[in-house]
Design a protein around this ligand. Structure first.
Ligand SMILES: Cc1cc2nc3c(=O)[nH]c(=O)nc-3n(C[C@H](O)[C@H](O)[C@H](O)COP(=O)(O)OP(=O)(O)OC[C@H]3O[C@@H](n4cnc5c(N)ncnc54)[C@H](O)[C@@H]3O)c2cc1C
Length: 399
C-alpha cells in the first residue's frame, strides 16, 4: 500500500532512501535545510574552477552506487592506482603493475617498499578480495598492518598517509575491517572524479525528484511520530518518518544521547592554481615527512574541468581539527616540492570541514526504527558514499 513518507536530509542517504521508496510506489517529501542536495558532498563553481568541499573521490566499485547512479552520464575521470611516496626531497612511484603496466619498473625500484612489502601487497590484495563489511573486528588497521608483516618504512610512507586521507585520522586506529573493505575497492577500480565535480553525484540522484518531493532551504525544526514541523511548511502529517542527517543532528530528533558521543573527524583542503604543469600527475602525492600536509592531488591532471583551460588546480590536504592559516600550508609545501615551483602557485581558497566523517559506524546495529522513526546516514553503515547509499536503501526496504 502506498504511504506518504517524510525524509529529513537530502544527503546521499536521504536521496537514496527517497528514490528507492518512490520506486516502490510510495509518496516522498525530502526536507533539506541547505539550498542544494548533497549534504557533505558539495562543489562550488567559481570563475571556471570546481572546488569540492574537501577532497573526496568516488570508487566505482562501490556496490550500491552501481544501483543508484548512471556512471556513463557522470563521465568519471580516473586517478592512477598507487601513489607517489615522499623520499627525501623527491617522490617515488608505487603502483599496481597489473593495472598500470608503465609503472612496473618504478614500482619494482621503489626504495620505500622492500621486496617483501611488494609481495605482501599482492597477498593482501588476494586476502581481501570481495571482502564483505558486516561490522567491526576489534583490531585496528595499524595493528593489522604490523601483524601482516609490512615494514615500518612502507607503513609510514604509504599506508599511513594514504589511509589517513581516507579515514581522516593519522594513527590508523580505524577498525581493520573497514580498511580491508576499502583496500579491495581501491584494488578493483580507480579512484575517480565525475566530470562536473563531486556534487554532480547527488545532483544526478536528485534529478528525478520534483520540487514537491525535494523541499530545499527548508529546515526541519521538530518531529513527532507522524508529523514534521519545518521552517516553510509548519506541521505536515506522514505515515512514516526517516531521519537522514548526521549522527550528531540525528541525536536531537531521536533523543538518543548516545549518538552525540559519535564524534567526527575533521579535515582541511587548500586549493592552489598554477599554469605550470611540472607537478601535474594522475598519482596522489603522499607527504609522509611534512609538518602539516598529508596528501596533495593535482585535480586537473585527472579531470581538466576543475580549472579553466591552461591552469592546473591542486588540492592540498591537512588532517587537523583546527583550521590552519594558509601561509603555514604554503610554507609546508616548500618542504615537499621545489620552492621556486611553489612560488608559482596561487592560493585560491580553503575549506575546513569540522564534521567530516563519523569516527565510528554502527553497522546497522542501531535499530532501523527508533520509536517508529527510521534512521539512515553513513554512521548507520560505514563512513563513505557507499555506506550512506546502503543505509538509505536499507531503510527503504524496511518500510
Ligand atoms: C571532506 C570529506 C571527504 C570525504 N571523502 C570521501 C571519499 O573520498 N569517499 C567516500 O566514499 N566518502 C567520503 N566522504 C564521506 C561521504 O561524503 C559521506 O559519508 C556521505 O556524503 C554522508 O552522507 P549522509 O547522507 O549520510 O549525510 P550528510 O551528507 O551529512 O547529509 C545530511 C543532510 O541533512 C541535512 N540536514 C541536517 N539537519 C537538517 C534539518 N534539521 N532539516 C533539514 N535538513 C537537515 C544536511 O544539510 C545534509 O544535507 C567524505 C566526507 C567529507 C566531508
Amino acid at each position: 500500500m502506498s504511504q506518504r513518507i517524510g525524509i529529513i536530509g537530502a544527503g546521499i542517504a536521504g536521496l537514496a532512501c527517497g528514490i528507492e521508496l518512490k520506486r516502490k510506489g510510495h509518496q516522498v517529501k525530502i526536507f533539506e535545510s541547505t539550498s542544494s542536495p548533497g549534504g557533505r558532498i558539495k562543489t562550488d563553481h567559481i570563475d571556471g574552477y570546481l572546488f569540492d568541499h574537501g577532497f573526496q573521490v568516488f570508487l566505482p566499485s562501490y556496490e550500491r552506487a552501481k544501483y543508484f547512479l548512471d556512471y556513463k552520464k557522470l563521465k568519471f575521470k580516473k586517478f592512477k592506482p598507487g601513489a607517489l611516496l615522499q623520499s627525501g626531497n623527491s617522490f617515488e612511484k608505487i603502483s599496481d603493475p597489473f593495472r598500470d603496466m608503465n609503472s612496473f619498473f618504478s614500482t619494482v625500484k621503489n626504495s620505500r617498499a622492500s621486496i617483501k612489502d611488494k609481495l605482501l601487497t599482492l597477498k593482501l590484495k588476494r586476502f581481501c578480495k570481495s571482502f564483505k563489511l558486516n561490522g567491526d573486528s576489534g583490531e585496528s588497521t595499524i595493528d593489522f598492518l604490523n601483524n601482516f608483516g609490512f615494514s615500518k618504512l612502507y607503513i609510514e610512507s604509504f599506508f599511513k598517509p594514504f589511509f589517513a586521507g581516507v579515514f581522516l585520522e593519522k594513527d590508523l586506529i580505524t577498525d581493520k575491517n573497514f580498511f580491508l573493505y576499502l583496500f579491495d575497492k581501491f584494488s578493483s577500480a580507480s579512484a575517480s572524479l565525475p566530470e562536473a565535480g563531486m556534487q554532480s553525484i547527488p545532483l544526478q540522484m536528485a534529478e528525478g525528484l520534483s520540487e514537491d518531493e525535494l523541499s530545499l532551504s527548508n529546515s526541519v525544526i521538530s518531529i513527532g511520530r507522524n508529523s514534521i514541523i519545518s521552517e516553510k511548511d509548519a506541521v505536515e502529517s506522514f505515515d512514516k518518518i526517516v531521519v537522514a542527517v548526521s549522527a550528531h543532528s540525528a541525536s536531537k530528533f531521536l533523543e538518543l544521547p548516545s549518538l552525540l558521543s559519535n564524534k567526527m573527524h575533521s579535515v582541511s583542503t587548500y586549493y592552489y592554481s598554477t599554469t605550470s604543469s611540472k607537478l601535474a600527475s594522475k598519482y596522489l602525492y603522499l607527504a609522509s615527512n611534512s609538518k602539516h600536509i598529508n596528501h596533495v592531488a593535482c585535480l586537473t591532471a585527472v579531470n581538466s574541468s576543475y580549472a579553466p583551460k591552461g591552469s592546473h588546480l591542486f588540492s592540498v590536504n591537512v588532517i587537523n581539527s583546527q583550521r590552519l592559516d594558509s601561509r603555514f600550508v604554503t610554507e609546508d609545501l616548500k618542504n615537499i616540492f621545489p620552492a621556486e615551483e611553489v612560488d608559482s602557485w596561487k592560493y585560491m581558497k580553503s575549506y575546513h570541514v569540522q564534521k567530516a566523517l563519523p569516527k565510528k559506524a554502527v553497522f546497522g546495529k542501531l535499530e532501523a526504527s527508533i520509536n517508529g522513526i527510521y534512521v539512515a546516514g553513513d554512521f548507520m553503515q560505514s563512513p563513505s558514499i557507499q555506506g550512506a547509499l546502503e543505509s538509505g536503501y536499507q531503510v527503504a526496504q524496511n518500510i
